[in-house]
Design a protein around this ligand. Structure first.
Ligand code: G1P
Length: 898
């Protein structure tokens, strides 16, 4: 029996007794920076950033260790106290017995509600949580219903410990930092304003305050327990606190001050009588304020102190997120539609959380790295295309003139950090992703002109692709200058050329691109001297020919035949290259690197587009052919694959034979780039089915078991097999595998890769995650590192542009469906809603004959009830101007009859 039920077409779902599943958590966030994780017992945490945690930071293991939840207790006259959150010693003891309380979680975009029924007492509690879009406040509205026959007298106590400091202080002066706390009780709640933000590198005066406030029926709480000690009492615990279980533990009034203790947001409300059929609502607000005068607090409180205000704010919040995640799918069944709704929302979660701040993501300090940022833009392009142009232009400023880039993007536009940990590292795949995003942008929008936009280059002390330091650098200026001391600005096109041409020349002894610090697989981080990534050599080969194609499109659209580029770049385009040997290629790179080490001349020269594109194609063809010749591993006449890497001893990592070693990454990019020939793709798929595929855990694994601690490759071999980068079904790569297969016309194979992932995620009994795609599946099928993964962007991209085949071609709309028969509903329909050229479209595919891919063709196309002319029965094109003219309605329906 599958536990999760979808409730509507907006992604809302329900699950009974969610506390019976370990490691479950749900994200909540707003646009003001507050982000929370919440569990079925209302555990989890809440923070603004690394240094400002409202609730104590949690890792996955804390989800069952910690007892400090957002608790809400009911003292019921004449009876045992009841925790509406299910976080009491009694509720825990009843777990696994017949006495266990009935409970249910309902989750939606972006709210969380837990209902719980009192075991004997006919009381039902509803605990609704969400974060208003523009506030740094989490709302908890607790409703208690008396569904029995007897009157009940109830005293509510909200009990939320306030951590109020940096995540670093968990293991760095936890106790000392509690001494910084200044705690006061106000009329409505408890406020903590630490005196300093503790950091031995330089303590800062702190102005931030953390609060818990509350109200019931317009009344402020009667009393407070402002410190953990006062709430728990000597010897108490969060699941059996003295404040709840001992009458002698008295609450204090407003106007009290406490210093230097762990703080507690515990509010005791006045006793209320609930007659049968009645309910009562408590509103609890927990949040952070940058300045905290009484006026600020009052304003915060008054914006949400009635149930009507909370209801309005919730409706607004839901509408806001639904409007943002405006791509909707209808495919075979409700579960799949609901799953896809969450997948399309996940890229927003990564925008809000970065790659940190959910229980499994207990690393990093917020923000996203270079590759994740560019890939997340892929899906944002389908949902918020207007914002992406600027993001592209701003992010391109992070590129260095040697083709590497700053790896961390700061909060503001144009803010870059070379490396989070101050280590000089070059990830050799980084230059690949911007072009993928920019190409999608150009095709979706038709805006080829973006290539001529100018922007500076990032500059710091690292030169020659992170292998040397620029001793002349002044240590401050973060933009590349000309010899004359002016800031140099080059076109976006030039930035892309720099990235790709330099990458081409940085090779190892097998003439494949060097692995350097790692590639996409962050865990291949121990082969920086001799390691080579064949996988990404193929990927760059694909990009080089895409770049050539883009240049030709540009020339055609603008009727120009030359482009201006930085003069030094010509070093990377030697007229007559004798032969591309590892030594000669490295020499070209060195010569260029030396020229641009500190500054550039600042002169540009004009190059013929035909020559440039021709040279890029030649490089691409050379790489592809080298891989085909050198890296193919034939297992037998049926199966084979490409070697993906060389290790730090210079040996190929993969092999056929008795104990075969196969990695998915090399296959994905060989297919995506056009390096693998169709017959090779067939053999790769058979080999992947034989060596990597395991249906129950999501399908294609990242690699076979090497049974070796391969210290000449990377930390991944230290992970247990089947975890994370060592052979898990790692969703991101599996989705890219599916994408590549679809793109090359291997539709059934692509569908299998994509659908198996969705099936595994939706199989709650094994995956144990709320709807969405996890980063990977563990060996037992559990979904791991849920929500924050690049897999979501790629899943959405694959569904829209490949499966439904709806995409732009230099701004025109193309529809080329690759849906298989299983993806249509019982009536033979499948649909996609999205915006294209600023117009809301519903594209409805009608397949009344339930034909499979390959058997159907586009038979008729109707746009807003008008029949359209079809020139190609597989590939329907609607010119942008025509689309803009014909799509004037609020929703425009494009019907495709197959
Ligand atoms: C994560 C990282 C990504 C990296 C990948 C493999 O993937 O965010 O940069 O390429 O691991 O090491 P994600 O969770 O985004 O799928």
């Amino acid at each position: 029996m599958n536990g999760i039920r979808f409730l509507d077409n907006q992604g809302s779902f329900a699950l009974d007794n969610p506390e019976n599943y370990s490691y479950l958590y749900f994200p909540l966030a707003g646009e003001s920076g507050l982000k929370s994780a919440i569990t079925p017992n209302l555990g989890g945490d809440s923070k603004l950033d690394q240094t400002s945690f409202l609730l104590e930071p949690v890792s996955a293991e804390n989800l069952h260790n910690n007892r400090s939840t957002r608790n809400f207790w009911c003292l019921i006259d004449g009876e045992e106290p009841w925790s509406c959150s299910g976080a009491s010693a009694g509720a825990e003891a009843d777990r696994f017995t017949e006495r266990q309380e009935a409970s249910r979680v309902t989750g939606g975009i972006l709210f969380h509600k837990v209902e719980r029924i009192h075991p004997q007492d006919s009381l039902r509690a509803e605990m609704l949580s969400f974060i208003p879009k523009d506030l740094k406040t989490e709302v908890l509205m607790v409703t208690i219903h008396n569904e029995g026959q007897k009157e009940k007298n109830i005293t509510g106590i909200a009990a939320i410990p306030i951590y109020g400091r940096s995540a670093d202080n968990i293991r760095d002066h936890r106790n000392v930092t509690s001494m910084l706390h200044r705690i006061r009780t106000t009329k409505e709640g408890v406020v903590v304003t630490p005196t300093m933000s503790f950091d031995e590198r330089g303590h800062q005066v702190n102005h931030r305050s953390y609060f818990v406030m509350g109200t019931v029926q317009g009344e402020a709480p009667e009393g407070f327990y402002p410190t953990v000690e006062e709430f728990l009492g000597e010897g108490g615990s969060f699941i059996h606190p003295a404040a709840v279980y001992r009458e002698t533990q008295k609450a204090v009034k407003s106007g009290e001050v406490r210093e230097g203790q762990e703080a507690m947001g515990a509010l005791r409300f006045a006793k209320k009588t609930l007659r049968p059929g009645e309910h009562i609502r408590f509103i609890v607000l927990l949040g952070i304020l940058d300045s905290c005068t009484d006026e600020d607090l009052k304003q915060q409180y008054e914006s949400l102190n009635t149930e009507e205000k909370v209801a309005d704010c919730l409706a607004e919040t839901k509408a806001y997120w639904q409007k943002l995640a405006n791509v909707n799918f209808h495919v075979q069944d409700d579960a799949m539609d609901g799953f896809l709704k969450w997948v399309c929302f996940q890229p927003f979660l990564r925008r809000l959380f970065g790659c940190s701040f959910l229980p499994y993501h207990d690393y990093g300090r917020g923000g996203r790295g270079w590759r994740d940022l560019w890939q997340d833009c892929l899906s944002l392009l389908l949902m918020e295309p207007e914002t992406v142009r600027n993001m592209i232009l701003n992010n391109a400023e992070g590129m260095r003139i040697d083709g590497t880039n700053a790896t961390i993007i700061g909060a503001g536009a144009g803010e870059f950090i070379a490396d989070r940990n101050g280590i000089t590292r070059v990830w050799m795949d980084h230059a690949l992703w911007p072009l993928k995003t920019i190409l999608l942008y150009i095709h979706q929008s038709g805006d080829v002109n973006i290539l001529l936009e100018r922007m500076p280059y990032f500059k710091d002390g690292q030169v020659l692709r992170g292998t040397a330091l620029d001793e002349e650098w002044d240590g401050v200026g973060l933009r590349l200058k000309t010899r004359a001391g002016e800031q140099y600005e080059g076109t976006l096109l030039e930035h892309l050329l720099v990235e790709h041409l330099t990458a081409f020349y940085e090779v190892g002894t097998h003439n494949m691109l060097q692995l350097r610090g790692a590639d996409w697989n962050d865990a291949l981080d121990m082969a920086s001297e001799r390691g080579e990534s064949v996988a990404f050599t193929a990927a760059y080969a694909g990009n080089l020919s895409d770049l050539a194609g883009m240049l030709r499109d540009f020339a055609k659209k603008h009727s120009v035949d030359t482009v201006e580029v930085l003069e030094e770049l010509v070093t990377l385009l030697p007229d007559k290259m004798q032969e591309w040997t590892p030594a000669s290629r490295r020499e070209v790179l060195r010569a260029y690197g030396e020229k641009v080490k500190h500054t550039v001349q600042g002169q540009t020269i004009s190059i013929r587009i035909a020559d440039l594109a021709g040279e890029l194609d030649r490089m691409s063809a050379f790489l592809k052919e080298s891989i085909r010749q050198q890296e193919w591993i034939a297992e037998d006449t049926e199966k084979g694959w490409f070697n993906s890497y060389y290790d730090n001893h210079g040996n190929p990592v993969e092999r056929a034979g008795e104990d075969p070693r196969m990695m998915l990454t090399g296959q994905v990019f060989a297919i995506m780039s056009g390096t693998a020939e169709p017959e090779q793709i067939r053999r790769i798929v058979r080999a992947a089915d034989a060596h990597l595929y395991q249906k129950e855990i999501g399908g294609y694994r990242l690699n076979t078991n090497f049974h070796e601690l391969k210290l000449d490759m990377g930390r991944m071999f230290g992970f247990a097999y089947g975890q994370k980068e060592n052979g898990a079904v790692f969703s991101h790569m599996t989705v890219m595998f599916a994408y590549a297969l679809y793109q090359r016309g291997f539709v059934q194979e692509g569908y299998k890769a994509l659908q198996t992932l969705a099936d595994a995620a939706l199989n709650f009994e094994k995956s144990r995650i709320y709807p969405g795609i996890p980063e990977y599946f563990a060996p037992d099928g559990r979904g791991m590192y849920h929500y924050l993964t690049g897999a979501a962007s790629w899943y959405e991209l694959t569904m829209v542009t490949q499966v439904f085949g709806v995409r732009g071609e230099l701004g025109d709309l193309v529809v080329e469906p690759k849906l298989v028969k299983e993806q249509f509903d019982v009536d033979g329909n499948a649909s996609l809603q999205l915006r294209f050229a600023g117009k809301p479209l519903e594209i409805l595919f009608r397949n009344p004959g339930h034909l499979d891919y390959g058997a159907y063709h586009v038979g008729a196309v109707i746009l807003n009830e008008a029949g359209m002319e079809i020139k190609d029965r597989n590939h329907f094109v609607l010119k942008r101007e025509q689309l803009e003219k014909l799509c004037e309605k609020k929703t425009n329906r494009l019907e495709i009859w197959l």
